[in-house]
Design a binder for this molecule. Structure first.
Ligand SMILES: [Zn+2]
Length: 78
């Protein structure tokens, strides 16, 4: 498991595409292979997913750790 990701910007783009439903099958597959080995990207995926769901009102605030709640707050107040 990698502790740092050398192409995190690309990973973030792919994560957002997947969460938006705009990723191709190849991208999804590549992403699945990648998060098996890349810890920061797993964390980023969960954070992005939680923010997105919270913004859509799907998630109760109580499920979110403080870090995520703060990120959601930042997203809303942008
Ligand atoms: Zn990565």
């Amino acid at each position: 498991m990698k502790e740092s990701c050398e192409h995190q910007a690309d990973c973030l783009k792919r994560i957002q595409a997947i969460l938006d439903g705009g990723a191709s099958e190849a991208e999804k597959q590549h992403f699945k292979d990648h998060i098996d080995i890349c810890k920061p990207c797993i964390d980023m995926y969960h954070l992005e997913k939680c923010i997105k769901e919270a913004l859509q009102g799907k998630v109760e605030k109580k499920c979110c750790p403080d870090k995520i709640a703060a990120a959601i707050q930042a997203e809303i107040t942008k």
